[in-house]
Design a binder for this molecule. Structure first.
Ligand SMILES: [Mg+2]
Length: 153
């Protein structure tokens, strides 16, 4: 059985949540995030593919909870190299190996303890970092989440 390691250096644990397929799909995760955010010693981060635009801010506001920081895969890639992001029908795209790895890059850098996410294609990048990837299984991810070519069987 694997033991979770919390960041004892600053006595803070950090929980991170995906939006589409997790927070927007399950009230239970909104409740977990809300209770974590109001708990002393726990920070709540949001890590989404989407930019932190007005639409996303309004969506998060509608959940009526608190979060400490927001991170966007799209923004991270744009900051790294804007040429890697292409847009189609208002949605951002980047090469799979870059997009799929970015949540683990963010989690490692930000010292996230646990990420709750519904995309099967992200999990393999968490094997060598301290963040625990908890894959939320739902029947909607192929419609609402990122399609993982390598995971479609
Ligand atoms: Mg998702």
């Amino acid at each position: 059985m694997e033991t979770l390691t919390l960041d004892r250096e600053n006595n803070m644990s950090i929980l991170a949540f995906d939006v589409h397929g997790v927070l927007d799909t399950y009230s239970e995760f909104r409740s977990i995030a809300y209770n974590a955010a109001i708990s002393k010693g726990v920070s709540v981060y949001i890590i989404s593919g989407s930019l932190f635009n007005t639409e996303m801010q309004e969506e998060l506001s509608s959940y009526n909870f608190y979060y400490d920081k927001y991170f966007s895969i799209t923004q991270e890639i744009l900051d790294y190299n804007p040429d890697l992001v292409t847009w189609k029908d208002g949605k951002p795209y980047a090469p799979d190996h870059i997009w799929d790895k970015m949540k683990s890059v963010i989690c490692e850098r930000e010292k996230v303890n646990i990420l709750f996410d519904d995309s099967p294609c992200y999990g393999k990048y968490f094997k060598d970092i301290s963040t625990t990837y908890v894959e939320v299984q739902n029947s909607h991810w192929k419609e609402s989440g990122r399609i993982c070519k390598s995971n479609i069987s």
